[in-house]
Design a protein around this ligand. Structure first.
Ligand SMILES: *Cc1c(COP(=O)(O)O)cnc(C)c1O
Length: 452
């Protein structure tokens, strides 16, 4: 046995092996050493169990496989051919050039994140970006505060304004947004009590009215951003709820999540602000910018929120804030073409069809396909039911099964993510940035073989 175990090469020898060195990619020596150590431990157990030891060549080729699989865990460019423009698993909105430039220009050194250059005193990281939001919203006597993400915005708002009191919300709006984020759980962790009213499909004004007690502090409206309730339905309009809230001295808090300032019109933050006391929304889903949670609303309420200690825990980091400033300048200048999200959403379907055809023409060995009409979506829980006409290259293979084809695409360099549907992989060019076409074509041209 000990003779067999002696055949395991040392970590040092493996680290110095030139074929292994080639497979380490951009990983640090510590990472590679860690992987090799784990690999050797497994190998040792395997040898003890099977009483045979693989030769050096086999060990090397197995280690390279392990290293290649591990490399997939590093952050890397991914080609999003799903046609879902705000894909949460793929980082939601691609950043505008101007946002990246601002981050580069300012974050390579120091900048006045929290220093008031005029007075020399400590300043607020929120002031300028909040002012830009206020300009964009253009609703009098409102202000804005910005946190890490929209879930944080909802949590902070409820904690600051309704802690220890009841908040009324329709059963049709107690949703799970994704990644396990459930509205009721966020409400509860803010320390207020949920009063659920109505049913999943129907909630009337009287349901809200009857639920109000002396303990009630607010009505919460949650935008159904990732689903729609169709059929026998009834919901209460924001305007009716605003009237009820005013009559009974309650707050109306609205979680919009997504939607858009422009060019997609509804639900607009300023429209919501005309009725609701507080509106929360997402920096990426609503603006096509960085991850952020924005709270806009009545000045005196924002002042209370700013004093809530949780704000410090949820505060937005400096890089996102820089990106957000650049994105808001784009909106104020109405330079929407600068926003990749909107550019992608606005690509003419005919152009997409042409691109899909170009892709089709270059399919390599083992692949075949055709062009079919499809629908791109905004995704990320924005604009439910809103789809954009598009075209897809649907690829298939006679030699590998559909899910193997998807695996092959996903584990490629760069990884390509499509949609599996009707035994084919649908690749929608709309969500593929045009500078990625060449890399995608390189993969498709190579084609697929049985053993890959
Ligand atoms: C997406 C969404 C959230 C969560 O926003 P994050 O920015 O992902 O934290 C909350 N509420 C609604 C209605 C949403 O659509």
């Amino acid at each position: 046995m000990s003779n067999l175990l002696k055949q395991i090469p040392s970590i040092h020898r493996l680290l110095e092996d030139s074929t292994i060195k080639e497979a380490t990619g951009e990983r640090t020596t510590s990472e590679v050493t860690h992987i090799i150590r784990k690999f050797i431990n497994q190998l040792r157990e395997e040898i003890i169990q099977n009483q045979v030891a693989p030769g050096y060549e086999e060990i090397v080729s197995r280690l390279i496989e392990t290293l290649q699989a591990d490399a997939l865990h590093k952050f890397q460019t991914v080609i999003n051919a799903t046609g879902v423009l705000l894909h949460t698993n793929l980082g939601r909105a691609p950043m505008p050039q101007k946002a990246i430039e601002k981050i580069t220009a300012l974050s390579l050194g120091y900048f006045n994140l929290e220093l008031n250059l005029e007075t020399g005193n400590r300043g607020s990281r929120y002031t300028n970006v909040a002012n830009l939001f206020n300009l964009l919203n253009a609703v009098e006597e409102t202000d804005t505060v910005i946190v890490n993400n929209n879930a944080g915005a909802v949590l902070l708002t409820l904690k600051a304004l309704t802690h220890g009191h009841e908040v009324i919300v329709s059963r049709g709006q107690l949703v799970e947004i994704g990644g396990g984020f459930r509205i009721p759980e966020v409400i509860e962790s803010s320390g207020c009590l949920i009063r659920e009213v109505g049913t999943t499909n129907r909630t009337r004004l009287s349901d809200y009215e009857n639920a109000i007690t002396s303990e009630t502090k607010a009505i919460l409206l949650v935008h159904p951003s990732n689903y729609s309730i169709v059929g026998f339905t009834e919901t209460v309009s924001r305007e009716d709820l605003a009237r009820l809230a005013k009559e009974r001295g309650l707050l109306l808090i609205e979680d919009i999540g997504s939607g858009a300032f422009a060019p997609f019109a509804e639900p607009r933050v300023s429209t919501a602000l005309n009725s609701s006391h507080i509106v929360t929304y997402s920096g990426d889903k609503l603006l096509g910018g960085p991850q952020a949670g924005i709270i806009s609303g009545r000045q005196e309420l924002i002042d209370i929120i700013k004093k809530e200690p949780l704000l410090r825990a949820l505060r937005i980091d400096k890089l996102s804030l820089l990106a957000l400033e650049a994105v808001l300048e784009i909106y104020l200048n109405q330079e929407y073409d600068e926003l990749p999200l909107w550019s992608l959403a606005n690509i003419d379907p005919e152009g997409i069809k042409k691109r899909a055809k170009t892709w089709l023409d270059q399919l390599g060995p083992g692949l075949n396909g055709d062009i079919r009409p499809t629908l791109s979506t905004m995704g990320g829980g924005s604009l439910p039911g809103e789809t954009i006409p598009s075209w897809a290259l649907v690829i298939k293979s006679d030699i590998v099964a559909c899910d193997e084809l998807a695996d092959w695409l996903r584990k490629n360099d760069p990884p390509i993510i499509g949609k599996i549907n009707q035994n084919g992989i649908w690749l929608d060019p709309r969500s593929v940035l045009d500078w990625q076409d060449e890399a995608l074509l390189n993969v498709l041209r190579n084609g697929v073989s049985q053993c890959s």
